[in-house]
Design a protein around this ligand. Structure first.
Ligand SMILES: Nc1ncnc2c1ncn2[C@@H]1O[C@H](COP(=O)(O)OP(=O)(O)OP(=O)(O)O)[C@@H](O)[C@H]1O
Ligand SMILES: [Mg+2]
Length: 355
């Protein structure tokens, strides 16, 4: 009998668009999400299962709880997945559970039943139409995010439990929304402060050079802290319906460096798309990078401020120079640290057309 190895054969499953075509899904996610391989490893099999048409019916295509310190990439993961699946990180149906801390607010999500006061005014936010609007022609697989799930009112928790259990949600007007084509993500900061205590001062920095065993040990401890916090806060029937719980790692110096590169590359792409042929290029010197990192990252908020810092320290001055006619198109701007060390300097070099 002739046997063929299928390990390396690439399949083009029904409905599988670009995610599997240009490089693997894992590679594409790694390009957008730095230093969190466990998250990618947990999610990818569920996407592949869906793409292969093998997801179970009567429940969502995948249910994930993302835990860990602030600014380490939990929300970024969900956005990155949407970008890979649909071409835009905006293709996420996001429910901020912090906005639904009181039971009566949950009616905004599902709408009030007919006959109830305010029935006409309360159009549900969580409709099949809204869910379909975050799918794309590439794939019907949608990404749904319940952010800060620990803040949800008890009635939202009950609603969520129904969604996780049956993959469906009944609205106030008795229609229902199906989540069978959805990956459901829930993020939470549960256990994050205890994790920070465990990590001690210098989160994200000196720890970058830990040995592999040191890192594995730390990951185990963080996962145990997160697990305890989850068991204290969520009912067992909720925990039983999760496909995976991922505990995010604090970002190492190396990861933060890569995130800076990623964000500078995004800025470059932004200049290209906005300025077209009038665009200019730029480079950031090592001291200027250190300056941006020092301002953009923190023990308590991870890489959360990095984008804002780049906006304020790089994009805004560049916009000012452009308006003042001080940057010519097709030039190259070098961004360095001032001698005083407290601000950035910008120098322009014109490309020599003869060169
Ligand atoms: N692992 C990462 N890879 C790439 N970028 C990241 C990563 N972590 C953080 N960032 C950057 O920092 C910003 C904030 O991260 P994100 O919103 O994912 O934090 P979070 O873990 O959801 O935090 P919180 O618990 O406070 O909601 C992102 O928009 C992204 O620009
Ligand atoms: Mg978040």
């Amino acid at each position: 009998m002739k046997t063929t190895s299928i390990n390396s054969r690439r399949r083009t499953p029904a409905g599988a668009g670009p995610p599997l075509r240009d490089g693997t899904l894992t590679d594409q996610l790694r390009r957008r999400l730095v230093g969190q391989p466990a998250a990618i490893d947990a999610i990818v099999p569920y996407v592949q299962m869906f793409m292969a048409g093998l997801s179970p019916t009567g429940r969502p295509a995948g249910v994930f709880l993302l835990l860990g310190p602030s600014g380490t990439g939990k929300t970024r993961t969900v956005e990155a997945l949407a970008a890979v699946l649909h071409g835009s990180e905006k293709n996420v149906l996001k429910i901020d559970c912090g906005e639904y801390q009181m039971d009566h607010e949950v009616a905004k999500l599902i709408g009030a039943p007919p006959g109830y006061l305010g029935h006409r005014e309360t159009q549900p936010l969580l409709t099949q139409f809204r869910l379909s609007s975050v799918a794309s022609e590439r794939t019907p697989l949608t990404v749904v995010l319940f952010d800060e799930v620990e803040k949800a009112a008890p009635s939202l928790n009950r609603l969520l439990l129904g969604v996780l259990d049956k993959g469906a949600l009944r609205l106030g007007d008795n229609t229902s929304v199906t989540f069978e084509n959805s990956l459901i993500f829930m993020t939470s900061n549960l256990g994050a402060s205890a994790m920070m205590k465990e990590l001690g001062a210098g989160f994200g920095f000196a720890k970058g050079d830990l040995s592999d065993t040191g890192r594995a040990d730390r990951s185990r401890k963080l996962a145990a802290i997160a697990g305890n916090a989850v068991r204290r806060s969520f009912a067992p029937e909720f925990i039983n319906r999760l496909d995976a719980t991922v505990t995010y790692e604090p970002l190492t110096r190396e990861a933060l460096d890569q995130i800076l590169d990623l964000q500078l590359a995004e800025l470059d792409a932004h200049l290209s798309s906005r300025l077209g042929s009038d665009r200019f290029t730029f480079e950031v010197c090592p001291e200027a990078r250190t300056y941006l990192l020092a301002r953009g990252i923190s023990e308590n908020f991870g890489a959360r401020e990095l984008k804002r810092t780049i906006h304020k320290q790089v994009l805004q001055p560049l916009a000012g120079f452009l308006l003042a006619g001080r940057i010519r198109s097709a030039s190259h701007v070098r961004i360095a640290l001032n001698e005083s060390g407290d601000s950035l300097s910008f120098t322009q070099r014109l490309y020599d057309p003869a060169a």
